[in-house]
Ligand binder design. Structure first.
Ligand code: HEC
Length: 149
């Protein structure tokens, strides 16, 4: 019995620690209701996804047992996209710190991008950007949807 009480106490402490609040916005209440029953919000408020990305997270959660109506999922999708979309950045215009922050690159890599564009003129394509010495091409590929020229 004491063990059970300790477990419940431990679990509620864990839940409180994971109890990140969702930002205000249309669809917040529905998202809290549909997404909050199995885990806290800590595991996804740091994530940045496009509409496609969030829709596949939602599909994944439905496969794991999340329940809701079609219109409710549409509302959740709109909310997640409005609140947690990736920041777009123009690699021909932004300064190194803005590039590093938006794409979550190391400062040296963002600096290499700016140096390359200063030395060789602006980037015309994603492929050209991938050729900058020292950049993590796999990482850039995963952030591709955020990059403007
Ligand atoms: C039926 C239970 C359930 C519901 C409801 C639920 N999830 Fe999950 N979710 C899980 C499980 C199980 C995992 C995997 C274990 C973990 O990471 O906690 C998970 C993991 C996640 C992850 C981490 C996945 C990864 O690959 O890193 C994210 C992000 C997430 N959920 C977002 C959501 C969102 C957004 C909603 C609402 C649309 C939601 N969850 C609703 C059960 C659920």
């Amino acid at each position: 019995m004491r063990f059970l009480v300790l477990c419940i106490f431990g679990a509620s402490l864990f839940a409180a620690g994971n109890g990140k609040q969702l930002p205000e916005g249309p669809g917040r209440a529905t998202t809290q209701r549909l997404c909050g029953s199995c885990h806290g919000f800590g595991n996804f408020v740091r994530r940045r996804e496009t509409r496609d990305g969030w829709n596949s997270v939602i599909e994944d959660m439905i496969r794991r047992g999340a329940k809701g109506e079609e219109e409710e999922w549409a509302e959740v999708s709109d909310y997640l996209v409005a609140q947690f979309s990736p920041v777009r950045v123009n690699v021909n215009q932004a300064d190194a710190s803005a590039i590093a922050e938006a794409l979550r690159l190391k400062p040296e890599q963002a600096a290499a991008i700016v140096k390359h564009r200063t030395d060789h003129g602006g980037f015309k394509s994603f492929e050209e950007l991938q050729k900058v010495p020292g950049v993590d091409t796999a990482l850039l590929e995963s952030r591709r949807a955020q990059i403007d020229f």
